[in-house]
Design a protein around this ligand. Sequence first.
Ligand SMILES: NC(=O)c1ccc[n+]([C@@H]2O[C@H](COP(=O)([O-])OP(=O)(O)OC[C@H]3O[C@@H](n4cnc5c(N)ncnc54)[C@H](O)[C@@H]3O)[C@@H](O)[C@H]2O)c1
Length: 290
Amino acid sequence: MTTICICGAGTMGSGIAQVAATAGYATLLFDVQESAVQKARERLKADLARLVEKGKLAAEKADEILGRIVFLTDSAQCRADVVIEAIVEKPEAKIALFRQLATVNTAQTIFASNTSSLSISAIAKELPHPERVAGLHFFNPAPFMKLVEVVRGEQTADAVVQQLVHLAKVLGKVPVVCKDSPGFIVNRVARPYYIESLRLAEEGKLSYEVVDRLLEGVGFKMGPFKLMDLIGNDINYAVSCSVYEQLGQPERLKPSFLQKEKVEKGELGKKTGKGYYPYSAPPPHKRGIG
Ligand SMILES: NC(=O)c1ccc[n+]([C@@H]2O[C@H](COP(=O)([O-])OP(=O)(O)OC[C@H]3O[C@@H](n4cnc5c(N)ncnc54)[C@H](O)[C@@H]3O)[C@@H](O)[C@H]2O)c1
């Protein structure tokens, strides 16, 4: 493997591009929106500059890393050994993208989805090459979070799982192979953390700040509201809905109307400058999951 193409230049896509380019891969970063590509370029530049300032990266290395990334808005140029999609959390969009990219790639190209919750098998069965489709789920912020879930769909070839495990290790990550089930491991376990906190706020029992402060006080690295603002409320809400539906609508996992409202108002979190908290400018990434 020499070339990795990342589709979707948002929160996750730009972070994954940084990881791939830092590991020495020729990296393509594609988005349908020119503005998203521009923003990703600026963000990557700023994030690498911050590492240089902190003495964690040599200035010439930062230039090399940025130089390995080709920014694209034309999907016909998305030719790679591995395609990792990090676009909107909607199965039909992911299927359409993979179908289109299958026409410009070889019969060896692996198609990996960074989906947080959608069924890999359901996506794969709509494609002409289901054995080359798997989940490769990075966490937010991708350059710093070590865990990567490698999701085996019903038809994923063993060789593809092995290649993705190997790739994750070369990228400096700790891969965990998991079954294709709603929310995989982390997003299934983490759901109540968000949903119960939203219920407390909905019921007017506690403010966002107090919930965050209390949970950080007992050892969580990031309170749920800060974390949802980091992840993006659109993404977090879509994941809650998807896990809820796939598990047969259990009452305890019912998505929050408060979060739905945030999505409808466009208060998505750090990426839009307002979520549960106001943000003047996108601040540097801290810790989180996704
Ligand atoms: N945000 C997180 O914390 C997090 C963590 C792990 C996984 N994920 C998953 O990663 C994926 C992306 O999440 P995100 O937070 O980076 O989203 P985001 O909203 O920050 O970015 C998505 C990007 O995809 C682009 N896009 C939409 N449709 C496209 C298409 N057809 N082709 C190319 N680009 C397209 C958009 O223009 C946007 O720039 C989702 O599947 C999400 O579930 C998110």
